[in-house]
Design a protein around this ligand. Structure first.
Ligand code: SF4
Length: 260
């Protein structure tokens, strides 16, 4: 039998027509894909424990309490959530990081820079940091978010009120995360850059470090540190969307009225 390209297709057709091979062996990829994604749920998470992650700061204080105590984190990301995160990671690795590396030299920019503020037990990895060329010190932190069309449509330029409140409230987590990076890297400027996964639209929100926002972050951490010192977890902050995917959902946190 020849295996040249020209001969291969007729041979395949001949074998099917002759009934020599099954036309459906029952093999399907989808059940394997679903099973693999499900098998990851409940596995130990490899995120660092005992420190506050910038992305957690604007969220549930009880979760911050468990994280700071160093309780083991479980990966409770749903299969669909994992897919969402996978797409975001792919956009970062295949588009955002190479774009930054093409546009800037190493003396102007760092990607995935680990920044920490030990006095407040904060450590995280900033997506990209623009540097002062003369000093090599950070000047602007870039945080790139990939979100779906639904959330993208609700995005607004955040307004930071005098007391540090962020409007709209759903932008608070992003603004706090960026502030934690800015404080950790000693940078005064930041940029939130959103990419819509569904239609590739982008939105850019430049921000300057806000002292009132930082005071709220400090107060939150002080509250959690106090809870640790007295050994009493902060109240539940039940949320039907976030709790089922929380690293502590069911272990040990069981917020009333929340079901998977
Ligand atoms: S399960 Fe919900 S209430 Fe409990 S720590 Fe996580 S986010 Fe907070």
């Amino acid at each position: 039998m020849s295996d040249s390209y020209e001969d291969l297709v007729p041979e395949v057709v001949r074998r099917i027509d002759a009934g020599e091979v099954p036309t459906d062996d029952g093999w399907r990829l989808k059940p394997l894909w679903d099973k693999h994604l499900r098998s990851l749920v409940g596995q130990p998470s490899h995120r660092p424990v005992g420190i506050y992650s910038p992305s957690q700061l604007g969220g549930c204080k009880r979760k911050l309490f468990y994280t700071r105590l160093g309780l083991p984190m479980l990966d409770n990301t749903s299969p669909k959530g994992r897919m969402r995160m996978g797409v975001g990671t792919a956009v970062h690795k295949s588009l955002f990081n190479p774009m930054m590396q093409d546009m800037f030299g190493l003396d102007e920019m760092s990607v995935e820079l680990v920044v920490s503020l030990d006095s407040m037990h904060i450590r995280g990895e900033a997506d990209a940091v623009l540097l002062h060329v003369e000093t090599g010190k950070p000047r602007r932190i870039l945080d790139c978010k990939t979100i779906n069309l639904n959330r993208f449509g609700r995005l607004k330029e955040p307004v930071i009120r005098k007391n540090g409140d962020v409007y709209p409230e759903e932008m608070k987590t992003y603004v706090w995360q960026l502030h934690a990076y800015m404080a950790s890297a000693n940078a005064t400027l930041g940029t939130l850059f959103y990419i819509c996964k569904d239609n590739s639209d982008t939105m850019e929100i430049p921000l300057v470090f806000s002292r009132p926002v930082w005071s709220q972050i400090e107060n939150t951490i002080a509250e959690v540190e106090y809870a640790i010192s007295v050994g009493k977890a902060p109240d539940y902050e039940p949320d039907a969307f976030f709790c089922p995917e929380c690293n502590y959902w069911g272990h040990p946190c069981e917020p009333p009225g929340i079901f998977k």
